[in-house]
Write a protein that binds this ligand. Structure first.
Ligand SMILES: *Cc1c(COP(=O)(O)O)cnc(C)c1O
Length: 373
């Protein structure tokens, strides 16, 4: 049974996702490893993963083991790189899917514990090494490389890939080049130690678009695949937003001059106003700090949010808009040629576009479409 309910949903356009992937593909000589962590930044990792797999992408990346297992159990049987830390005790479940799962050696401690727990079975696993070239987060540090190599040789660890991650590829910054050079030096060092590595990868979305020299064997774009801009400085016109966020007009009020709207009375009318109540709030992941700042689209017009956004609803100004209960409200996306982007909302909310889509909660159903707008 399909319940329409409050008529509030995120429309995810699979065709646009595939077109973005194609465009990114055309920008680099490397192979694309689509990043699907955090439920594909809120877009839905299973549906987008299936579409990308069908289109021939043969390796995906997620942050955590749980996410990799979700991909596999949804039938996406392909290589999945796990970027981040997990308890080495869980390596036993990685062993069950060793054809597909590619855990990362994120620290010396992780590798030592892994060897202790798996014993000889460690040889059945295929690892990627994350080397720290300047993020100072997870990853093997330069001074730990000799220990790493000793452990790899001692336990016959099967290393398929090596990678690092850029801190500033979205800015016009010298640091990208410093990290790139450092990565190549580390790579040389490891190869000279006789360790055979097939796959080298470094670039995220911004790296592959703005520093394509850094494309090696694979690139790992996330944000750009969803049509969001990887940089505040350079706009890439070819990227088409994959997600739209829509709701509906639930009620129309005529508010007299001098009345307040919502919790905390942060907005008071200076004249009589017509308002629309929209059944979406911060518990859906729409940022509460957009109260009194952001707009929604109704009938092709920008309507300002009035007062504090509530958990389940918001109030918008429709004084100048012709509309009825049941009409479409666009919170992210396009209506009659007018658009509201995640970048715009992120800027108003004091955050980045990544956070706008990945914070949309489960309460917002994702509707998958192909083609159209
Ligand atoms: C998230 C992530 C990416 C993707 O980054 P985007 O900026 O979204 O393209 C690539 N590599 C690693 C290691 C990541 O954690």
């Amino acid at each position: 049974m399909n319940i329409i309910g409050r008529n509030t949903f995120a429309v995810v356009n699979i065709e646009k996702y595939l077109k973005n992937l194609e465009f990114l593909n055309s920008c680099t000589t490397a192979k694309i490893m689509p990043v699907l962590k955090a439920d594909a930044y809120g877009h839905g990792m299973q549906e987008l993963g299936k579409a990308a797999l069908k289109s021939g992408y043969d390796m995906f990346a997620v942050a955590f083991l749980e996410e990799a297992l979700e991909l596999l159990s949804s039938g996406i049987l392909s290589k999945v790189l796990i970027f981040n830390y997990f308890d080495p005790k869980d390596l036993k479940s990685v062993l069950d899917y060793s054809d597909y799962l590619r855990p990362t050696i994120t620290s010396i401690d992780f590798l030592e514990k892994a060897c202790g727990i798996l014993g000889k079975d460690i040889k059945k696993l295929v690892f990627h090494i994350n080397v720290d070239t300047g993020m100072n987060r997870i990853g093997i540090r330069e001074e730990e490389l000799s220990t790493l190599i000793r452990l790899i040789k001692k336990h016959n660890i099967n290393v398929e890939g090596i990678y690092s991650h850029f801190a500033t590829a979205d800015e016009k910054d010298e640091f990208v080049k410093i990290q790139y050079d450092k990565f190549l030096n580390i790579l040389n060092y490891i190869i000279n130690e006789g360790i055979d590595i097939k796959i080298r990868h470094l670039a995220n979305s911004a790296g592959l678009l703005f520093f394509p020299q850094s494309s090696l064997d694979y690139v790992r774009p996330g944000v750009a695949t969803f049509g969001m801009q990887p940089s505040n400085i350079i706009k890439v016109e070819e990227l088409k937003p994959v997600m739209e966020l829509k709701s509906t007009v639930a009620k129309i009020n005529m508010v007299k001059s001098g009345e307040s709207i919502g919790y905390g009375r942060t907005f008071t009318t200076l004249k009589s106003m017509k308002t629309a109540i929209v059944p979406i709030g911060y518990a859906d992941g729409y940022f509460r700090n957009l109260s009194n700042k952001a707009y929604v689209l109704i009938n092709g017009k920008k309507c300002r949010i009035l007062g504090n956004i509530s958990m389940d609803q918001m109030v918008v100004d429709i004084t100048e808009v012709n509309t009825n209960v049941g009409d479409e409200v666009v919170l992210i996306g396009e209506q009659d040629g007018v658009s509201i982007t995640c970048e715009e909302l992120a800027q108003k909310a004091g955050t980045i576009n990544y956070e706008i889509t990945s914070k949309l909660t489960r309460r917002v159903p994702r509707i998958y479409i192909r083609g159209g707008n």
